[in-house]
Design a binder for this molecule. Structure first.
Ligand SMILES: C[S@@+](CC[C@H](N)C(=O)[O-])C[C@H]1O[C@@H](n2cnc3c(N)ncnc32)[C@H](O)[C@@H]1O
Length: 263
């Protein structure tokens, strides 16, 4: 995999393998229980991935979600066309928490969709999904989305360009675009568009919108994004997978007129 300048996060592809098992042997008491739970959850999430048993004309990685086999084509020359573990974490949460977060018939937008796994799983769960990313990534994203949702979903997902902070209001006028959920996996890292990303969350998140955001923690500077994020949004931690350095958050506007705060 090669990276396109600063838009590329530091390589953490080894995070596909949970490392909590080795950590857990050094912990005591309750802490040990927490780590074991974390390790078991991380293992369950990562076990959804499988590799093709035979080499065919095209390379792909397989995932099982919503009882469906999902085939994802990655690209070796575009980092946005690599699937990151945060996407699997978010998909696992969505599939296993449908009682509380029922996506059926909901308006959903994904930011930085990459290879499209979150878009695909949300669509399989019945959502009306708008899948967004940078222009260069859209070809592979559309390919994966079409291949895995055609004939399987009630609503055909829409793949659209959305560059954080650029013409967002023109592309997604609030009068006609109101989202129940904003989904995002691994969109915060050391890239120069963190302010634009914040503004994009802020613009798209209206009263009643919930953000489900899987964050891979790497270095301190981008982690301050979480502190700044909390100035505008309520933040609830849904998962803390220390073995993967990933947290899953639910967020909603602090100034929301909708006081329900419920899923
Ligand atoms: C680390 S990848 C995560 C991809 C996918 N969500 C996943 O978890 O597999 C970050 C994604 O953010 C997108 N991205 C980076 N900078 C962006 C920007 N300024 N505007 C829109 N998308 C951007 C990249 O193209 C890429 O798909």
């Amino acid at each position: 995999m090669s990276c396109l300048g600063s838009a590329c996060p530091p390589s953490d592809m080894d995070a596909r393998q949970p490392k909590a098992m080795e950590d857990s042997s050094t912990k005591q008491g309750d802490a040990k229980e927490d780590v074991t739970e974390d390790a078991e959850l991380a293992k369950a999430i990562m076990s959804r991935q499988f590799h093709p048993s035979a080499i065919g004309p095209e390379t792909w990685e397989g995932y099982i979600f919503s009882d469906q086999e999902i085939r994802i084509k990655e690209s070796t020359d575009l980092y946005g066309a690599v699937l990151w573990p945060s996407a699997m974490v978010l998909c696992h949460f969505l599939e296993t928490n449908q009682d509380k977060y029922n996506l059926a018939h909901k308006n959903v937008i994904e930011l930085g969709a990459g290879t499209g796994l979150v878009t695909i799983v949300s669509s399989l769960l019945g959502a009306k999904v708008t899948s967004t990313d940078l222009p260069d990534v859209l070809g592979n994203l559309q390919y994966n989305v079409t291949r895995n949702t055609k004939g399987r979903c009630k609503y055909i997902p829409l793949v659209m360009e959305l560059i954080w902070g650029q013409n967002v209001a023109e592309r997604f006028p609030r009068a006609t675009h109101r989202f129940d959920y904003i989904l995002a996996a691994d969109v915060v890292y050391a890239h120069p568009y963190l302010n634009e990303l914040m503004e994009t969350f802020d613009y798209l998140c209206q009263d009643g919108t919930q953000i489900l955001w899987a964050m891979r923690f790497r270095l301190d500077p981008e982690n301050s994004f979480v502190d700044r994020f909390q100035q505008r949004f309520h933040l609830e931690e849904l998962y803390n997978l220390s073995s993967l350095s990933i947290k899953l958050y639910r967020a909603w506007r602090k100034d929301s007129k909708d006081q329900t705060e419920a899923a």
